[in-house]
Design a protein around this ligand. Structure first.
Ligand code: ADP
Length: 728
């Protein structure tokens, strides 16, 4: 657009709609309306109206095909140019429609509604024609302090109708006032903890990155408990001292962790961050959206979806526990929040800090190649030392039949509790038992939708499918053969391990910590507070208990089944197991008492476990890296998946065949499939999956987009692209 264009010349706005459509649509800008790129507008779409964002404005008319006009320009902070670039980039990278990405950025569309207001009545000085004692009382109250109608009526002791009468008579003037509670600005000049030498060195490197301005990415690589949070808080403080209007996003893998981090932010900056995750209520969400888009919320702590928010002035992104698999969103728009965070930092010209004690191989390779800075913290903060890690070979020390805790583990538990310290038993399995089986006929209770085993939950007395959420009461008789009380629970979940712990230590206070037992943020907060206060002796937890927490009296971690993660078709199985075990062991001995971690395993010789015992992360990862490089797997090669689903299995098979024939293959790209993925049926929809493996220099996103454009999907078949899939 030129600066001196004729303001009366007709204009066309290209508007992106938050719908899975391949392109943006053109609309005429009505005379008298001024729109600019990034503005929020309402436009007609078929018979209804849709919200959209202006992606482009140019002079012109629709020619002989008249365009529908923009219906309304909304008064909301516009998308910045960087935000629009991020949407376009993400759509291209994920081989998805930009409208679908826009949808993710507008998740809380209610955020576009104006802020909640209240009406305040001020006296105008005009005397009404008719004066009554009631009217006089209201005018006196309003003269004292303007207030809402209800409040004035209450103070004057009259009915609210009197206030309205006075307003109609011109004696009171109504004024709308914003009732949104603004997020107060953080204070970056407050004192933090006194950093130790290692932390100070790391913090000054980060301060330099922030001071340099522009895009930079750095791995903050420090053992568990080394005080990484304190170090990145320093980077945030440095940024806010330099640019008080800057915004900072801190991504966290678990909602459970936002509670603890919030408290530390409050201590450091005097204000709590704006929170963004699935458990915040709609009112709070709208308020956060408005404050974030207006640039008033400066520090935002959120789950993976917070990467899509339309920030005004994003200058720093921290991805805490960057290796965590929960950053990968596997349904709908399929993305990895850490990858998008780095891309977004690049587009915004911001700094990205990836923090972890067990960095992903992807990030480590980027750091080694010099693409990311590599900042290390080798020692634990304060007087804490890293826990001593030992294995218990279950072949030599088997638990009693039907039990899960081996004699050496129970002996260590007895000692720990005897000293008044705490135990964490880790098992990444929710519920009581992963399988319920009929002793009479061998029938296995399965989910009707997925064919997966139903998990028994004893606290609620139900059998639950963890994939679809299907749930039913545990039947009294076998649904297959009718035998009464023949259904038996096979294998352990956390509830069952807790039952055994209670049986062995009847005096001890035992609690389960899983997403079921600690439903909602309040349940989580309460459990964490009780653990911190020493009101729990034995905590039996899933991965939700494994990461991030600081329990000063926790000195023994028992891993019930260290082999659990080593199975399954996941290229990251070894890496993942290693990361989880380091993290969970890292919960022990975080304060002045030394910690110990005992791993029950049938495979003490496995390289992931050996590396853990030797504390030799880097040679373990070197080995992993070598393996992946030889196989051409990420990060040395590229992977993408195409998942198709449909209710008609034959049509699905046919479509998959057509798709396979249409693939634009070359020497650099290999296609595998279609195969049945690990979850072959979900909610009555069958699935087929293709896997694309390519050389590192191949643009798999472009490949997937080209491929998808070369065949047509029947309307009942859905297809989803997964760039860098996690499990296959
Ligand atoms: P990490 O994220 O690296 O696992 P945290 O940042 O959670 O570690 O810090 C671990 C514990 O050490 C926390 O309780 C924190 O308050 C404490 N801590 C960190 N830095 C210091 C310091 N410089 N002085 C005293 N305590 C510290």
């Amino acid at each position: 657009m030129t600066a001196n264009r004729d303001p009366s010349a007709p204009q066309i706005a290209t508007v992106l709609l938050p719908l899975p459509l391949p392109e943006a649509f053109d609309y005429a800008v009505p005379e008298g309306m001024v729109v600019a790129e990034g503005d929020h507008v309402v436009v007609p779409l078929g018979k209804r109206l849709s919200h959209g964002v202006v992606w482009g404005v140019r002079d012109g008319t629709g020619g002989n095909r008249p365009l529908k006009p923009v219906a309304e320009r909304l008064d909301a902070p516009p998308f910045t140019a960087a935000m629009r670039d991020f949407v376009d980039w993400t759509a291209r990278y994920l081989a998805e429609n930009p409208g679908l990405v826009l949808q993710a950025t507008l998740r809380s569309r209610g955020g576009l509604s104006p802020s909640p207001t209240e009406t305040l009545y001020h006296p105008t000085g005009q005397t009404p024609d008719r004066m009554t004692p009631a009217r006089q009382a209201v005018l006196d109250a309003a003269a004292e302090e303007p207030a809402s109608g209800a409040e004035l009526a209450r103070r004057a002791g009259v009915s609210p109708g009197v206030v309205k009468g006075l307003a109609d008579a011109g004696a009171l003037r109504a004024e709308q006032r914003d009732t949104d509670q603004p997020f107060p600005a953080p204070d970056p000049y407050r004192d933090g903890l006194t950093l130790n030498d290692g932390q100070e060195a790391a913090a000054s490197q980060l301060r330099r990155l922030v001071a340099a301005g522009g895009f930079q990415a750095a791995l903050l690589d420090g053992v568990t408990g080394s005080g990484k949070t304190e170090v990145y808080l320093e980077a945030i403080a440095e940024l806010l001292r330099r640019e008080p209007d800057a915004q900072v996003l801190v991504l966290l893998p678990e909602i459970a962790l936002t509670q603890a981090v919030t408290a530390r932010f409050e201590e450091r900056f005097g204000v709590s961050p704006a929170l963004w995750h699935s458990a915040i209520g709609p009112t709070e969400r709208r308020r956060a959206w408005r404050e974030i888009t207006a640039g008033r919320a400066r520090i935002i702590a959120g789950a993976r979806s917070a990467i899509f928010l339309p920030y005004r002035n994003l200058r720093l992104i921290v991805v805490d526990e960057e290796h965590d698999p929960t950053y990968k969103q596997d349904e709908g728009l399929t993305y990895h929040a850490r990858d998008l965070a780095v891309a977004r930092a690049k587009i915004e010209g911001a700094v990205a800090i990836l923090a972890s004690a067990t960095p992903s191989l992807e990030t480590l390779v980027n750091a080694r190649a010099g693409r990311y800075g590599h900042i290390r913290l080798a020692a634990r903060a304060g007087s804490a030392v890293l826990p001593q890690i030992e294995t218990i070979d279950l072949r030599e020390h088997p638990p009693e039949a039907g039990h899960w805790l081996s004699p050496p583990l129970t002996a260590a538990m007895a000692e720990t509790i005897g000293r008044g310290e705490q135990v964490l038993l880790y098992l990444n399995r929710r519920g009581y038992a992963p399988l319920v089986l009929c002793r009479a006929c061998g029938h296995k209770m399965k989910s009707p939708d997925t064919d997966r085993w139903l998990v028994e939950h004893r606290y609620t007395g139900r059998l639950i499918c963890h994939t679809t959420g299907f749930s039913m009461p545990k039947p009294k008789a076998c649904p297959e053969c009718g035998a009464i009380e023949s259904l038996t629970s096979v294998g352990p979940g956390v509830e069952r391990v807790a039952e055994e712990a209670t049986l062995r230590f009847p005096e001890a206070r035992v609690e389960v910590f899983s997403s079921d037992s600690a439903a909602g943020p309040n349940g989580v907060r309460e459990l964490i507070a009780r653990m911190e206060a020493g009101e729990i002796d034995i905590l039996v937890g899933t991965q939700i208990a494994a990461k991030g927490h600081n329990f000063p009296k926790l000195t023994l971690v028992g891993v019930v089944d260290a082999d659990l993660g080593l199975k399954g078709g996941d290229l990251r199985a070894g890496e993942r197991t290693y990361q989880t075990l380091v993290q969970v062991a890292g919960r022990a001995g975080r304060a002045d008492r030394p910690g110990r971690a005992l791993l029950q395993t049938h495979e003490p010789e496995h390289e992931a476990i050996q590396a853990l015992l030797a504390g030799d992360r880097d040679s373990f990862l070197d080995l992993e890296a070598m393996m992946r490089e030889q196989l051409g797997l990420p990060p040395f090669g590229r992977l993408a998946a195409l998942v198709m689903s449909g209710t008609d299995e034959r049509l699905l098979a046919q479509t998959a065949k057509i798709a396979a024939a249409a693939a634009p293959l070359s020497d650099d790209v290999k296609l595998f499939g279609p195969a049945e993925p690990p979850l072959a049926v979900v909610r009555g929809r069958y699935r087929r999956r293709f896997l694309v493996q390519a050389q590192r220099n191949v643009d798999v996103s472009a490949f997937m987009a080209t491929w998808m454009a070369r065949f047509k999907l029947p309307s009942s078949i859905r297809a989803r692209v997964d760039i860098e899939p996690y499990s296959f």
